[in-house]
Write a protein that binds this ligand. Sequence first.
Ligand code: HEC
Length: 120
Amino acid sequence: MPWGHALVLLACAVSASGCSADPEPVAAAQPAKAKALLAQYQCGSCHQIPRVPSSLAGGGPSLNGFGRRSYIAGEVPNSHDAAARWIMAPASLVPDTQMPAMGVSPQDARVIASYLLALK
Ligand code: HEC
């Protein structure tokens, strides 16, 4: 049997939603993944983030409306690449920033950046 078929059958076997001819688009799955990552990296301990639980001990700015912001931390022109880089290593963009590097992988940073940029 061709590999493609084997993989589809495997996906049917493990997927809770059962077997569907249309695989779920990757983009549709990302907000849930981004929210899980934001919780995993505990971004909510410093930031208020829509639909992510917060404790706000660290006093970072609210990330509500981040997609409308022209500048990251008031200094770096906002873009997907810049936001992903900020999330991995804020001090590489703004050396005296209060936000620590959180050990976010490049792949996770892109998922998080997409989510935050969609907050209008
Ligand atoms: C220890 C507290 C702390 C944690 C944890 C933290 N941040 Fe921050 N963050 C800050 C502070 C403080 C700023 C403001 C930085 C500045 O202005 O220099 C900031 C700024 C930002 C900004 C820019 C906001 C803006 O409006 O310009 C983004 C985006 C951001 N953080 C995302 C994240 C993400 C994603 C995580 C988790 C991976 C995270 N932060 C974890 C404290 C934190």
